[in-house]
Write a protein that binds this ligand. Structure first.
Ligand SMILES: [Ca+2]
Ligand SMILES: [Ca+2]
Length: 457
């Protein structure tokens, strides 16, 4: 057992002790709050253990099924209370006494980054505690060929503390200070995982993803978290390699959804080809760890990545997920319209013909309105279903307050969305009318609560 593993088990024991003490005496929501407080403070030992990479190898033995105690925290109850009156609100209210549990319908998007820094240990553990059954690692590579979890190959400057470390000078575009110490290139700083080694990556601390591109100092640049997020849980920020991520997901009893992120560098990179990268995602990670292909949902926005896995790793390819939005599926010289097939790059039948079984369009592609404030499946969703494609979607809880109709994730739904509680109606239309099989979210408790109330596994 590695240091890494022990820390997880320690967390689990302490959590269980807390549950046993208070379980009968306190209302459920209060229990949930206490658990959140109790659990997110306990990973400091992880940070101080400077274990070399070789000690963090995943184990091939079966792992405990669920070494976490589940909790919804307060947020689902806040959202339900904010819902417009109606049968769904009554139904969700009636589930307030349900015991929190894990569901594969709830997919952790980068962990729980609404409040805990994305792709960090604390964020992953929090997502498991909130009942997510599947955990994401966005995959990027270091300059010595290790796969690590970052949302993009070139986001170290906004998701970690790299600019405050000596590694800043290795960045593709390092920060530039003038003679008076004033930052002069805030809008162009760029730090890539491929600028550093895996060992160097492990010295970084994850932070909430944000940057002030007009800043004149490093601290101003870094201190830019949106007011509806928080820096409260950013003190530890342990970053993980993909191998460590796999070991942690197994310890937490979760399935796996890695996303192969497009390289920011020209490939081949020091002899490392795109096909090497595609193969490495499967080979010396999941296969080496003995994770069954049925528990791995590899994702990509690049349909050629899907083609590669379907051809070369059919067991993984059968489960692979094609990510879709207007950036990769708009026909030439058109503007993407979810209700007009002539604006789509591929028809849903074409996508299916690649051998793809599951697609993951962004939320808003799947839902439209009747013009009277009622949400219903879009033409895109209908055609996906008609072509026998399984659908999952992303990402709930990635937006700020919804009083102004929400952001990009709610595109075209302005007449149906005007308060935070409407998020539950959105999830309901996706689950019941579109028929999605899972929903990524930045705060899995919201989706887990809904799914468990409705009996979605
Ligand atoms: Ca992703
Ligand atoms: Ca409303």
């Amino acid at each position: 057992m590695t240091i890494f593993d022990k820390s997880v088990l320690k967390l689990s024991k302490q959590t269980l002790a807390k549950v046993n003490k208070i379980h009968l005496a306190l209302p459920l929501t209060l229990i949930s709050s206490l658990l959140i407080l109790g659990c997110t403070t306990d990973s400091r030992s992880m940070l101080t253990s400077k274990a070399p990479l070789s000690t963090a190898q995943p184990q091939s033995q079966p792992q405990p099924s669920s070494p976490v105690t589940y909790t919804y925290g307060v947020r689902p109850f806040y959202l339900i209370n904010d819902m417009d009156e109606g049968p769904l609100k009554e139904e969700l209210q009636a589930c307030r006494g349900q015991l929190p549990s894990k569901t594969d319908f709830s997919i952790a998007h980068r962990g729980a980054p609404l409040q805990l820094p994305e792709h960090t240990y604390d964020s992953y553990v929090a997502s498991a505690q909130m009942g997510a059954g599947i955990l994401e690692c966005d995959v990027a590579f270091t300059n010595d060929g290790e796969l690590v979890c970052r949302h993009a190959q070139n986001d170290l400057h906004t998701t970690t503390n790299i600019l405050t470390t000596p590694l800043a000078k290795q960045c593709t575009v390092p920060p530039v200070l003038d003679a008076k110490g004033k930052l002069t290139n805030a809008d162009s700083i760029e730090c890539r995982t491929s600028d550093i080694s895996a060992a160097q990556f492990k010295t970084l601390t994850g932070k909430m993803d944000a940057a002030n591109k007009k800043a004149t100092s490093i601290s101003e640049y870094m201190n830019a978290t949106a007011p509806w997020r928080t820096d409260l849980y950013s003190q530890n920020g342990k970053v993980l390699t993909l191998k460590e991520h796999i070991a942690l997901a197994r310890q937490l009893g979760m399935k796996h959804t890695p996303e192969l992120k497009a390289p920011a560098v020209t490939m081949p990179f020091n002899g490392y080809r795109l096909d090497d990268y595609r193969q490495q995602l499967i080979d010396n990670t999941y296969k080496a760890a003995g994770v069954p292909a049925s528990d791995v949902f590899a994702q990509s926005f690049n349909i050629k990545d899907l083609d590669y896995w379907i051809k070369n790793e059919p067991a993984y390819g059968a489960n692979a997920v094609y990510l879709i939005d207007d950036s990769n599926e708009t026909a030439n010289n058109k503007t993407f319209d979810k209700n007009d097939a002539s604006t789509w790059k591929h028809s849903l039948a074409d996508i299916k013909a690649h051998g793809i079984n599951t697609i993951a369009p962004a939320l808003w592609l799947l839902v439209t309105t009747d013009g009277k404030g009622n949400m219903q499946p879009s033409e895109y969703a209908k055609q996906a279903k008609a072509n026998g494609l399984k659908i999952i979607t992303w990402s709930i809880e990635r937006s700020g307050p919804l009083t102004d109709g929400g952001d990009w994730y709610y595109s075209g739904l302005g007449d149906a969305i005007n308060n935070d509680g409407d998020m539950m109606n959105y999830i309901d239309v996706l689950a019941q009318d579109v028929g999605v099989q899972g929903v990524f979210s930045d705060w899995p408790a919201t989706v887990s609560y809904y799914a468990n109330c409705k009996g979605l596994k």
